[in-house]
Design a protein around this ligand. Structure first.
Ligand SMILES: NC(=O)C1=CN([C@@H]2O[C@H](COP(=O)(O)OP(=O)(O)OC[C@H]3O[C@@H](n4cnc5c(N)ncnc54)[C@H](O)[C@@H]3O)[C@@H](O)[C@H]2O)C=CC1
Ligand SMILES: O=C(O)[C@@H]1CCC=N1
Length: 266
């Protein structure tokens, strides 16, 4: 079984670890998780993960090393692991705004580097993950593609689109979650108890996403089927647009993309 080390067991590192095990393609004992304070990984240790506070030891024997560290902390961690890296190991960074060139500048120009941008639905095998590289060969990219395909969908993109992918997919899941919350709040105002309103909003959002996934139709063609002439749907949609719904969403994604590019302190 392939061995994976995840350096940085915070939100996305742990979500990845859980998703990999849930997929049945990986066993917990083939995944090493690191964190500065080992006690914080007690629960993961009990689940069978190999846990460590020593990043250099943790990467020994790993085929893939995932850097799930904040952009502001990643340079220090890379400097720490550099002496322990083996040439064949694939370094996958999920850090926002940290380029392959930045990583190779610290780890060495020959290091095999692939950037990945998943989202938190990776914990349940439903991530949209974008991957990019400037030096990994086809086989090495395929290893990373397979890893992330066990926990969702993967698109290989040019590295210059990574910050855009961050905004649309990684931050994007929060934008859709907020829209579900807003829908449920509207539901409460029109008469439902909060937990019923939330359940209704969640299933309606899931239905909308599945409809597009399964039919390959454009959202507007599905919207046209809902909007009866002079009906209540077009009235609601237009009221939302008069209040800037699409514009707010687009502006939010553009602003996130701008922020995502500037998180790494050289
Ligand atoms: N949270 C998300 O949905 C996504 C985050 N990312 C990227 O993933 C990275 C991590 O983000 P989060 O998980 O949200 O942050 P986080 O703060 O939850 O996780 C970072 C983890 O790294 C650990 N850490 C710090 N220094 C360490 C060291 N020297 N050795 C071992 N562990 C150390 C911290 O204890 C923490 O648990 C960021 O670069 C972010 O841009 C990418 C995609 C999605
Ligand atoms: O908010 C952030 O900076 C990270 C990167 C993408 C999702 N979470």
């Amino acid at each position: 079984m392939r061995k994976v080390t995840i350096i940085g067991s915070g939100n996305i590192g742990l979500a990845l670890a859980k998703g990999l095990v849930k997929s049945d393609e990986y066993q917990a004992n083939n995944i090493t998780l690191t964190r500065r304070v080992l006690q914080s990984l007690q629960e993961e240790k009990e689940l069978g993960f190999d846990v460590s506070a020593n990043n250099q030891e943790a990467i020994q024997g790993a085929e893939v090393i995932v850097l799930a560290i904040l952009p502001q902390q990643i340079r220090k961690v890379m400097e720490e692991i550099r002496p322990a890296l083996s040439p064949h190991q694939i370094v996958v960074s999920v850090a926002s705004g940290v380029s392959c060139a930045h990583i190779k500048e610290v780890l060495g120009l020959d290091t095999i580097v692939v950037r990945a941008m998943p989202n938190t639905a990776i914990a349940i095998g439903q991530s949209m993950t974008c991957i990019a590289t400037d030096n990994a060969n086809t086989e090495e990219v395929a290893v990373v593609e397979r890893l992330f395909e066990t926990v969702g969908s993967v698109v290989v993109i040019n590295e210059d689109l990574m910050t855009s992918a961050t905004a649309l997919c990684a931050c994007g899941i929060a934008f859709f979650l907020r829209s579900i919350r807003a829908a449920s709040q509207g539901g409460v105002e029109i008469g439902f108890h909060a937990h019923d309103a939330l359940k209704m909003a969640i299933q309606t959002a899931k239905g909308a996403a599945d409809l597009l996934l399964q039919t390959n139709n454009h959202p507007e063609s599905e919207i046209d089927k809902v909007t009866s002439p002079k009906g209540c749907t077009i009235a609601g949609l237009n009221e939302m647009e008069h209040n800037g719904f699409s514009s707010a969403f687009i502006k939010g994604i553009k602003f996130s993309a701008k922020q995502a590019g500037g998180l790494y302190n050289d």
